[in-house]
Design a binder for this molecule. Structure first.
Ligand SMILES: [Zn+2]
Length: 408
C-alpha cells in the first residue's frame, strides 16, 4: 500500500491503469535498441479522502530529472506564451529592478530571459544540469538543485526572499508536494506573489487527455484540490485564470494567507462552482474515466489498422513525452508509424522509448511524402499544421489522436 502525497491516506482507488511503460523522456540511441529496457507501472490512483489524482513514486526524481531532454525554447508558441506572461505580470504587480523573481524548474531560461530584458533581477532553479547549462549560456543565472523547504531556506538566507515565485509545469512534477509548497511559503516575501501553471484535471478528463499521464507527472490537480494543498501551508489562492496551454491549464495566483492586501477574486469562486457542478468534488466522477480511455484506444487503433490496410504511409510529428504514453499504451510502433520528426536536434538519431520509432529531422517529411502526419503534441496542432502547410502539395492529411482520432 502506498499513501497520498498530500494527506497521507492509503491509496486504494484506481483512476486509470495504463499498463507498463518506460520513462517518457528516456529516448534511446541506436546501440541501446538491443538492450533490456526498464518499464514501470503507469497506474494512477485517486485519493478517496482529498481527491488528489496521483501516481505512486515508481521512479526516483533524481533518476528522471538529472538529464532531461525537454528544452522549452524549441516551441515558438511556448516562447510567445512566456513573453506574454512576463508583460502581464510585470505590469499587474509593478515588478521592476528593485524586485527579485525566482522561477522553479526554470528549464533553459526560456521565460526568465524576458524578465532580464526588462532589467529585473532573476534566479532560476533547475534540477536538470544539461538544461540549466543552456540557461547559464544565455546569461540566465541558474542554480542546479531540486526545490523544497531546505533549498528555500538556503536561498532566502543567501540571496533574500522573492517578490515573485513562479513555476510553470513543475507543481505536477514534484514527488514531495508538501515539501515543495512549504518551500514556496519560506521563499516568498510577506507581500510577494506566487504564480503556478499546471494542466487542469477537469480538462484532462473532459477531453480525454490520458496521454498527459506519465511517470514524471506525479499529481493531477483540480482547482479544489490545489487550493486545499496551498491552504494547508498557509498560502491563499486569490486569483485563477484558465489557459489553453497543454490542453487546458490553470494559472493560480497565491499569497501568504496573512497578507489580506489581495482580495480573493470572483474567478476563484466561479471556478470552484464550475468544478462542483461538474462532479469534481465527488469520488464517483473519477471512477468513470478508465472506461473512456479504453474506448479512445480502440477507436485510434481502428483508424490505424484501416489506414495500413489501404496501403497508406504514416509519419509522426513531434517526440514529446506525452507521445510516448500514447504510443506505448496503444502499442503503436513502426508497424504503424514509419518514423517521427522533431525540431529538437538533441533527439535526432534517437528512438522513442519502448516503441523504438526513429526520430528524424523534419526535412524527412518532404523527402518521403507520407499520406498521413500523425501529430503527437496535439496541444500544438494549429502551429504544426501551419508550419507543415506544404504537405498538402502531395495531398497529405493530419491525424490528431486526442480527444478522439480525427483527420484534418
Ligand atoms: Zn489524499
Amino acid at each position: 500500500m502506498s499513501f497520498c502525497r498530500f494527506c497521507g491516506q492509503g491509496l486504494v482507488r484506481t483512476f486509470v491503469d495504463l499498463g507498463m511503460s518506460p520513462l517518457c523522456e528516456s529516448f534511446l540511441s541506436a546501440d541501446q535498441l538491443n538492450q533490456m529496457e526498464p518499464f514501470y507501472p503507469l497506474h494512477v490512483y485517486v485519493c478517496e479522502h482529498c481527491l488528489l489524482v496521483q501516481t505512486k513514486e515508481y521512479v526516483s526524481p533524481e533518476h528522471i530529472f538529472t538529464e532531461y531532454a525537454y528544452f522549452s525554447s524549441y516551441s515558438d508558441s511556448w516562447l510567445q506564451h512566456a513573453r506574454a506572461y512576463t508583460d502581464m505580470i510585470v505590469e499587474r504587480f509593478n515588478i521592476g529592478a528593485q524586485n527579485q523573481v525566482v522561477e522553479l524548474a526554470s528549464n533553459d531560461g526560456y521565460l526568465l530571459q524576458y524578465f532580464i530584458e526588462k532589467g529585473i533581477p532573476v534566479l532560476g532553479i533547475e534540477p536538470a544540469a544539461n538544461v540549466a547549462q543552456a540557461a547559464i549560456k544565455k546569461g540566465v543565472p541558474t542554480v542546479v538543485k531540486f526545490f523544497g523547504a531546505r533549498t528555500a531556506q538556503e536561498l532566502a538566507a543567501a540571496r533574500g526572499k522573492a517578490d515573485l515565485v513562479l513555476g510553470n509545469n513543475v507543481l505536477a512534477h514534484v514527488p514531495d508536494l508538501n515539501d515543495f509548497v512549504a518551500g514556496m511559503k519560506i521563499l516568498l516575501k510577506p507581500s510577494g506573489v506566487i504564480t503556478m501553471e499546471f494542466p487542469h484535471l477537469m480538462r484532462l478528463m473532459d477531453e480525454n487527455q490520458f496521454d498527459t499521464i506519465y511517470h514524471e507527472h506525479f499529481s493531477y490537480f483540480s482547482f479544489a484540490t490545489v487550493e486545499k494543498v496551498f491552504a494547508a501551508h498557509g498560502l491563499t489562492i486569490f486569483d485563477v485564470e484558465e489557459l489553453s496551454t497543454h490542453g487546458g491549464s490553470l494559472r493560480i495566483y497565491a499569497r501568504h494567507s496573512e497578507n489580506a492586501k489581495e482580495p480573493v477574486a470572483r474567478r476563484v469562486i466561479n471556478l470552484k462552482a464550475t468544478e462542483e457542478a461538474a462532479g469534481f468534488t465527488s469520488l464517483k466522477t473519477y471512477l468513470c474515466f478508465a472506461r473512456k480511455v479504453e474506448e479512445t484506444k480502440q477507436k485510434l487503433l481502428n483508424f490505424l489498422i484501416q489506414a495500413k490496410r489501404e496501403g497508406k504511409s504514416i509519419a509522426g510529428y513531434g517526440a514529446p513525452g506525452k507521445g510516448n504514453t500514447l504510443l506505448n499504451y496503444c502499442g503503436i510502433r513502426t508497424d504503424f508509424i514509419d518514423y517521427t520528426v522533431d525540431r529538437n536536434p538533441y533527439k535526432h538519431g534517437k528512438y522513442t522509448p519502448g516503441t523504438h520509432i526513429p526520430i528524424c529531422d523534419p526535412n524527412k517529411i518532404s523527402e518521403t511524402k507520407p499520406d498521413y502526419i500523425f501529430i503527437l503534441p496535439w496541444n500544438l496542432k494549429n502551429e504544426i499544421i501551419q508550419q507543415l502547410a506544404y504537405v498538402r502539395d502531395w495531398g497529405a492529411q493530419f491525424v490528431v489522436p486526442i480527444p478522439e482520432v480525427s483527420v484534418l
